[in-house]
Write a protein that binds this ligand. Structure first.
Ligand code: NAP
Length: 244
């Protein structure tokens, strides 16, 4: 069967590296984006010029109808989704009491409901095939908590609950569900913390550096691969030893 991967939030950062890695591993990939159409298209063009199969699709993962329409367009263009990577996410830093109701809700809408929307859209085909794979992007902050990122950490902890619970529910249907919990990875998201904080985080990482987007992409590709065929419900930490 043709392997088709949908990677949400793949216009830049970790998602773009995951899409590129999966393309190299033989998947036809859909690069989902929200605002950065140009970056998503540039990645698709680059992959196609290297002989890989890739398309782009716009959708705000928080909006169920947009996600449903995106998945239908992937099915028509590449075929049914066999691997879903829930990577799209938002973060920012503020004290708990300073976060507005709307911002709190937006965190959950994108980071948690976004994953639910995408899973619901791809699940009917996976259930009918009795196979499929889902990888969610959690975070070490969802494992251990994070000052001034309470809402973000809550959503990333919720993804761990989603991963473990859904893995148990879907295992009898032959569908594996796992998560990667990245540590401090050099992307736009991390750079919002400022240069000095990034330097400190690199120093606090036992392996002595920030992670690269490729480090995370390799972990996702492993969980998606047949090498991980007996692995489900697991949270693979890729953090250079930060949480040890
Ligand atoms: P990033 O550089 O900020 O990129 C975020 C991506 O998510 C972009 O492609 C963006 O698309 C997309 N996105 C945001 N809101 C969206 C929405 N509503 N619908 C669809 N796509 C949306 O983030 P990153 O650092 O690569 O992080 C990727 C994932 O890894 C996130 O889930 C994050 O929580 C997790 N993570 C990151 C780190 C880290 O240190 N960087 C650590 C742990 C976990 P557009 O640009 O097109 O809007």
């Amino acid at each position: 069967m043709r392997q088709v991967a949908l990677v949400t939030g793949a216009s830049r950062g970790i998602g773009s590296a995951i899409a590129a890695q999966l393309a190299r591993e033989g998947y036809s990939v859909c690069i989902n984006y929200h605002q950065n159409r140009q970056a998503a298209q540039a990645l698709a063009d680059r992959l196609q010029s290297q002989g890989y199969s890739a398309m782009t699709a716009a959708a705000d993962v928080a909006v169920r109808a947009e996600v449903e329409a995106m998945v239908r367009s992937v099915e028509q263009t590449l075929g049914p989704v066999t691997l879903l990577v829930n990577n799209a996410g938002i973060s920012s830093q503020e004290q708990f009491q300073d976060l507005s109701d709307a911002a709190w809700e937006r965190y959950f809408a994108v980071n948690v409901t976004g994953a639910r929307n995408a899973i619901l859209a791809v699940l009917p085909h996976m259930l009918s095939e009795k196979s499929g794979c889902i990888v969610n992007l959690s975070s070490i902050w969802g494992l251990r908590g994070a000052s001034c990122e309470v809402a973000y950490a809550c959503t990333k902890a919720a993804l761990i609950g989603l991963t473990r619970s859904l893995a148990a529910e879907l295992a009898p249907s032959g569908i594996r569900v796992n998560a990667v919990a990245p540590g401090c990875i050099e992307t736009d998201m991390l750079r919002t913390l400022g240069e000095e904080t990034c330097r400190t985080l690199a120093e606090e990482t036992p392996l002595g550096r920030l992670g690269t987007v490729e480090d995370v992409a390799q972990a996702v590709a492993f969980l998606a691969s047949p090498k991980a065929s007996f692995i489900t419900g697991q949270i693979l930490t890729a953090d250079g030893g930060f949480t040890l």
